[in-house]
Write a protein that binds this ligand. Structure first.
Ligand SMILES: [Zn+2]
Length: 346
């Protein structure tokens, strides 16, 4: 049995670090990743290059000395986004991508796009300059069942958008269905998809069976088991178009444990231990590096990280905290429901 694996330092192509006291609390837990695409859904959202640069400075200040993490900033696409600002922020190295949230799709997404005709000039400028569009792929139409919103988004929004914007590079974020897997697989080199750690582990029963479990509630919501298995196959199969984006999304427990609780799983602390378990279970440990460290960088046209990390399988489980403190609040760490024998070495 393999008991040690060394990989290029992994990247996280979808991460929420928040701001203020929460940023200070959670940033150190992502410090061991090489690069991370930082989500712009603050209150108010990060919509200009100037705001992205200021947010990057706050993140760098919150990281411990010697942290590997290089934040890759994004702009929040709104009906009022200026194409020239996007292109100059990209060319100046301030941003790596632009994020599309359909209005109202998830946490702090009220400023999202309501009118795709108005953002078409931005998308065309991005296609021309090679800026990636990161897409939260769910429709917000209340008539569409929440478990169908990803599949309907692909048909109604994503596919038409890609057809009318040839050359636009699109990252389907945190796909959760076999429909998402199939659509990503059928695309060309300008299409890829990220997959979270938790969607490889839980299906919707984790949220609903035997009592309601708010810490497993996230958006897009976990789907039925057949979809989880499709994601597992995509992630562990070594295909270049699938890569890690944890969507680690911390909320204070006081906001999760409510009659109307927030969506998000906080997976930053134990993601690599969980992934090693998942890939080992699927007989694919040799493909973990492709998923976590190589495929995403290649899609973003970046070299892989130079340095490496080592995971070691021990007889005793790694001791991750159940919660971390964030100012006056606590944040619950994602519990995969099995012991984590893979330890991340320092
Ligand atoms: Zn997210």
């Amino acid at each position: 049995m393999t008991d040690s694996i060394t990989l290029r330092r992994p990247d996280d192509w979808h991460l929420h670090l928040r701001d203020g006291a929460m940023l200070a609390a959670v940033a150190p837990h992502s410090a061991g990743f090489g690069r991370a695409i930082i989500m712009p859904n603050l209150v108010p959202p990060v919509v200009t290059g100037t705001q992205a640069a200021a947010y990057r400075d706050r993140i760098l200040a919150a990281l411990p000395k010697g942290a590997a993490l290089q934040p890759q900033m994004t702009l929040y696409l709104t009906d009022a986004t200026d194409p020239a600002d996007v292109v100059s922020a990209f060319r100046d190295g301030i941003i790596r991508a632009v994020k599309l949230y359909p209005a109202g799709a998830t946490t702090n997404s009220a400023s999202g796009v309501t009118d795709f005709d108005r953002v078409q000039p931005v998308l065309e400028a991005m296609a021309e300059a090679g800026v990636t569009l990161c897409v939260h792929g769910e429709v917000t139409d209340p008539a569409v069942d929440i478990f169908d919103r990803e599949a309907v988004f692909i048909d109604r929004v994503l596919d038409p958008l890609r057809r009318r914007t040839p050359g636009l590079r699109v990252a389907m974020e945190h796909i959760t269905t076999s429909d998402g897997v199939d659509y990503a697989r059928a695309g060309g080199d300008d299409l890829a998809a990220s997959i979270t750690t938790h969607h490889l582990v839980i299906n919707r029963n984790a949220i609903l069976a035997g009592g309601i479990r708010p810490h497993y509630y996230c958006l897009p919501v976990a789907k039925r088991e057949s979809h989880r298995l499709a994601l597992r196959k995509a992630a562990t199969g070594g295909e270049a178009r699938f890569f890690l984006g944890t969507d680690s999304a911390p909320h204070p427990d006081s906001a999760k444990l409510q009659p109307c609780g927030c969506a998000g799983c906080f997976t930053a602390p134990n993601t690599m231990s969980i992934l090693a378990h998942v890939f080992e279970e699927d007989g694919a440990l040799d493909r973990l590096e492709a998923f976590a460290s190589l495929n995403g960088a290649a899609f973003y046209r970046l070299p892989p990280n130079d340095d490496r990390i080592t995971l070691v399988r021990r007889d005793t489980p790694a001791a991750y905290p159940a919660q971390i403190e964030a100012g006056e609040e606590t944040v619950t760490v994602f519990d995969p429901g099995f012991p984590l024998f893979w330890h991340l070495e320092d």
